[in-house]
Design a protein around this ligand. Sequence first.
Ligand code: ADP
Ligand code: MG
Ligand code: MG
Length: 875
Amino acid sequence: DKLVYKFSEGSRDMKPFLGGKGANLAEMTKIGLPVPPGFTVSTDACNEYFKNNGILTEQLREQIFTALSEIENATNKKFGDPSNPLLVSVRSGAVISMPGMMDTVLNLGLNDETVQGLARQTSNDRFAYDSYRRFIQMFSDVVMGIGNYMFENEMSRLKEEYQVTEDTQLNSQALQDLITRYKQVYNRETGEEFPQDPKDQLIMAVKAVFNSWNNQRAKVYREIHNISHELGTAVNVQTMVFGNMGNDSGTGVAFTRNPSTGEKNIYGEFLLNAQGEDVVAGIRTPKAIKDLEDEFPEVYNQFLEVSQLLENHYCDMQDIEFTVENKKLYLLQTRNGKRTAAAAVKIAVDMVEEGVISKETALQRVEPEQIAHLLHPQIDPDQDFEMLTSGLPASPGAATGNVVFDANEAEELKNIGKNVILARPETTPDDIHGIVAAEGILTSRGGMTSHAAVVARGMGIPAVCGCDEISIDLENERMIINGQNINKGELISIDGGSGKVISGAVKLTDPGLNEESQKLLDWAENIKQLGVRANADTPSDAAKAREFGAKGIGLCRTEHMFMGSERLPKVQEMIISESESQRKEALDKLVPYQEQDFYEILKIMDGYPTTVRLLDPPLHEFLPDREKLEQELNNLSKDEIDEEALEEKKQLLDKVKALEESNPMLGFRGCRLGLIYPEIYNMQVEALVKATKKLLAEGYSPQPEIMVPLVGHETEMELLKDSIHEIIDLHVEAPEEKEIFHVGTMIELPRACMTADEIANHVQFFSFGTNDLTQTTLGYSRDDAEGKFLAHYMQNDIIPENPFMILDQAGVGELVKIAVEKSKQVNPDLTRGICGEHGGDPDSIKFFHKIGLHYVSCSPFRVPVARLAAAQSVL
Ligand code: ADP
Ligand code: MG
Ligand code: MG
């Protein structure tokens, strides 16, 4: 089997086999860009290596060394030859890019002899020894797992001895001293000499890259991002070029467009006389890429051309790594750049307008979840706040929280419900769990391409990076900003859009959709087949829903209309009524309130359907708490003043006791309530009919839909439908006006799904209430599950995800599918929607599209997400 491919043999289509980095290095080679020659050891080789329990087969070794000799020919250098040594980098490259997850070894091939050759050849001793010491440290860290700090300590000690402050001030002699000490560290830690045979070095490094596939932080990253552990990584072996050869050299990272805002400007950072990860690691603060223009105008112009070429070639914004060696440009990596939600939308829309991609492609370039990030809170500009300092606007959005300086602590506080801002000098992949837990990230070092910035942008977490006025004192758990002390736990705020760091909490506002997202969503509108409605109980929710493009309300709950200081006493009066007539009298007082609510909501939704769910929760939810009542009663009887009040309270307490249930979720609620107390639903229908008539008279086009909750038997629906029609008939004369009212049911019991063909005979629409349907299908009460066992279930892979957020397709989804099929047969005109929380979840939306629902309904803020996901379901 062919397990090793030269860059000149591959292409971007071979990504599953060559990994992302290898495939793109091959592609760049193919289109004639200056890529240092090299080869890729395939992901198959990695998987074979694991199958062989960590042994590199003879066959693989042979292929590696054959490919290596071909590089020797291409470069006219020889691996291990002291007079003309070939040096290589060994780079991991998984199929899906995992920034910072796997480590790279540079300058491999150096030993005590080749280093002298390199020095002679370049007439640059300092450079040669600098490369060697970097190699020993990297090799020790990546391949042998020796802590970096041991080398950093040696470095610090040496700098003191030579009385210099910067690494770059160390001369050749100092560096040779350092190499001796580094080799001693290696020997002390491994019990062996630092390997002098470059072939051994190479084999050890290849194995280490393979092994790093299974290191802890790579595993955690894959878990978080749902990447299969089976993919394996490829290894790239590439001729070294040197950014650390002096002041005509350097290394950099650039995006072809601004990854934060999406603006079409080359955007990046560059360090003179530096190698490899120096830019990304945030060790020195780099220069902006445009400064390159002053230093090396020719190289800069060539780089601009190359980046435009790469962007056009890949039809997407590129993230490019490059090195300049003696004013000559080399490309070391390109990939589709990570970007903020705002940038994703802007770039997708701009590229359609530039004629680079189609609208369909643009719609697939934005994750539905990114649209949600766009609606991230921002700092309300109309307020005073105390600025502490500012840094780079690394990931947009504003956040307030208690500052902590440790990732574990961030996670712990999050678990007890606190909002935290994680502040670190810089972050590393080991901080991932803390970043996930934080509302916002703050770093004192590093640039826009530092680890913290990249990860935060990817996850949509606000971040401010590189605040050099902040000094973080990890030992004493505090940070010092211009002499001011901020201790652990103090409230601070950050604005990742502007870079502000603020003392205390700030007021946040909701930004709404910008012009580009509107445009994108308009395209989505033309492609999607699913309707998108909103769950809205109030006029302000309804208005929000319209603003975000909802075409109707899929669920308007009426229970809150029973709350409020004026209404609740009347509701309670109704509940404790002894007779039907008493109850009617109390209910009549509620009609004007409900009528007004319905009037306003229907008016906002003019021309679009509004599904009103008749009362669902058990009545005791409207009565006071039993213990509190007993307490009050106790106090009253002691005072013995007000006989009447005492009597009333007693009555109330009796009712509370009578309505007590051992399992309210499965108790006296929904249509059961409507059947036992028909006056309640009658009152609600009357109010809705009156509001509709009023709007009709004013020239509006209301489309009320009356929804009966929790139906399990056809007969329940039949009876309630008849009584609903009676009320309509009572108040509406014209037959065409009667038609305006649709009557349907919420499907939220397994029995309703299984007998959907019977129920469908009596209704005009079904709305799947997947929240309750999940509870009743799984037999979980949501509140108990989320508080007690669900987390354990998910952590231990007993269930894959929270079924209340992502539809359980195999169980609940199957029931929905059965109900769709059965109901279609008897009632082809039936409208079928879903109004559970799953209506806002992209994966669930794709499922609902597939099984033939007509619309999804979700909270107003999820409407834009659902619109995009609905379009993607078609593509
Ligand atoms: P990562 O996946 O973490 O980005 P890379 O394999 O891209 O790791 O290596 C990190 C950096 O090392 C590169 O951005 C580049 O600066 C440097 N590097 C890798 N290979 C070479 C090489 N052959 N010559 C010079 N620098 C290299
Ligand atoms: Mg790296
Ligand atoms: Mg890289």
